[in-house]
Design a protein around this ligand. Structure first.
Ligand SMILES: Cc1cc2nc3c(=O)[nH]c(=O)nc-3n(C[C@H](O)[C@H](O)[C@H](O)COP(=O)(O)OP(=O)(O)OC[C@H]3O[C@@H](n4cnc5c(N)ncnc54)[C@H](O)[C@@H]3O)c2cc1C
Length: 377
């Protein structure tokens, strides 16, 4: 079977690995960038990431490089504890975090000899007998072309392949929350700290003994990207306590700071003929439950399994969608709900938020991750 994967991020690499494991030969990956790049600073991999990582054969390598933790702390902006989520019981698989670069390197190493064509993009495609999922003729921007039995869009939340298939009306939606991410040198942190302020969140997520990934967000703040990120972060988070003042003094040395709006991409149907969406192209999700990488890995494993199991590409795509879409939509809804906590700005509501979180926080958090752990994909 000739399979084309567009995109060499977490979704595309996971897909290539899963297909290779199932013995599919003819797989080509095209990646728009000129070489490997791992956009982002750190990656939180909650407990439900363990199973897909094990199935993809990367769990040991991830565990060697990742920082794992048994507690997640939620506090106010002065670092006063609101509650701890205790993950030490046996029923919780390992929660861990590592640098994006490390995770990418692990996936690339696992990819083996699957050909990756850098600096290459799809320009247009023609599907023969779309209703029967007939072969797809693909024209690339560099003037070359190819014919494939299956084309997989793994080109991220702004997927141009999705636009080619479904048109420009289908596009990511902004949540009004802007964020900045970077890696800082910091030691002695043994757990992630989520610090909740007025319409602001700052997360310090250890990714090794002496490094942490920092995520800072602001709600409805006009056009914050017009300003130099370091000065904006220093001003907006000046009244945060705990580890934050020290982190702010290091901002210029630490960099680079990645900035962007938080977006969500909801797609009701993930395929057209023999072209199918995966990863953020299918279900770009807010990072509140840290599910993006895990959902992409699950997509890959399920599609590869169904391609092996089903008699035709059409049946495999239908089975893939039946197993994936409702789970991904559930995650998107849950992630959006949790984002509501970040938006609160009024002082009385802040006090109420902290009271409620003290009482119900662990239950609320667990109610997002637990079903994903208990009901395998
Ligand atoms: C602020 C923030 C924090 C996050 N934190 C976490 C977290 O802690 N844990 C977690 O699991 N997830 C997290 N996520 C989500 C996670 O980053 C994504 O779900 C994941 O990176 C999606 O992978 P992807 O391969 O689908 O897309 P991408 O990572 O966007 O990769 C797409 C790839 O396709 C390439 N490409 C683009 N266009 C084309 C084209 N036309 N042709 C060929 N190639 C193309 C790109 O160069 C890129 O290499 C976070 C997201 C954000 C925004």
């Amino acid at each position: 079977m000739r399979i084309l994967i567009a995109g060499g991020g977490i979704a595309g690499l996971s897909m290539a690995i899963a297909l290779k494991q199932k013995g599919f030969g003819g797989v080509d990956v095209v990646e728009k960038a000129d070489g490997w790049r791992s956009e982002g600073a750190g990656l939180h991999l909650p407990g439900n990431a363990v199973l897909p990582m094990e199935k993809l054969g990367i769990l040991d390598d991830v565990q060697k490089r990742a920082f794992d933790f048994q507690t997640i702390r939620y506090c106010d902006q002065k670092d006063n504890r609101i509650f701890d989520l205790d993950l030490s019981g046996d029923s919780w698989p390992k929660f861990q975090a590592l640098s994006r670069k490390d995770f990418h390197e692990i996936l690339i190493a696992k990819l083996g000899d699957t050909p990756v064509h850098f600096g290459k993009e799809i320009k247009s495609l023609t599907q023969q007998d779309e209703s029967e999922c007939g072969p797809v003729t693909v024209n690339f921007e560099d003037g070359s072309d190819g014919e494939y039995d299956l084309v997989i869009a793994a080109d991220g939340i702004h997927s141009s392949l999705r636009t080619l298939l479904f048109g420009t009306a289908l596009k990511p939606v902004s949540t009004g929350i802007s964020c900045w991410r970077w890696t800082t040198e910091i030691s002695g942190r043994d757990k992630p700290h989520f610090m909740l302020g007025r319409g602001k969140i700052l997360l310090v997520m250890p990714i090794s003994a002496d490094k942490a990934y920092v995520f800072a967000s602001l709600t409805d703040n006009g056009n914050p990207f017009a300003e130099d990120p370091a000065s904006l972060i220093k001003r907006e988070f000046a009244d945060f306590g705990g580890p934050v003042p020290k982190i702010l003094t290091r901002l210029e040395e630490d960099g680079p700071i990645l900035a962007g709006d938080l977006l969500q991409m909801i797609v009701s149907d993930w395929s057209k003929g023999a072209c199918v969406l995966t990863g953020d192209a299918a279900h770009g999700t807010l990072p509140t439950m840290a599910q993006g990488a895990t959902m992409a890995m699950e997509d890959a494993l399920v599609l590869a399994e169904e391609l092996e199991r089903q008699a035709t590409v059409a049946k495999a795509i239908e089975a893939y969608k039946a197993r994936r879409i409702s789970r991904a939509h559930w995650v998107q809804q849950q992630s959006l709900k949790r984002m509501g906590l970040a938006r609160i700005k009024s002082q009385p509501l802040l006090a109420l938020r902290h009271l409620l979180m003290k009482a119900f926080g662990p239950k609320i958090l667990a109610s997002g991750w637990r079903p994903l752990i208990d009901q395998s994909f």
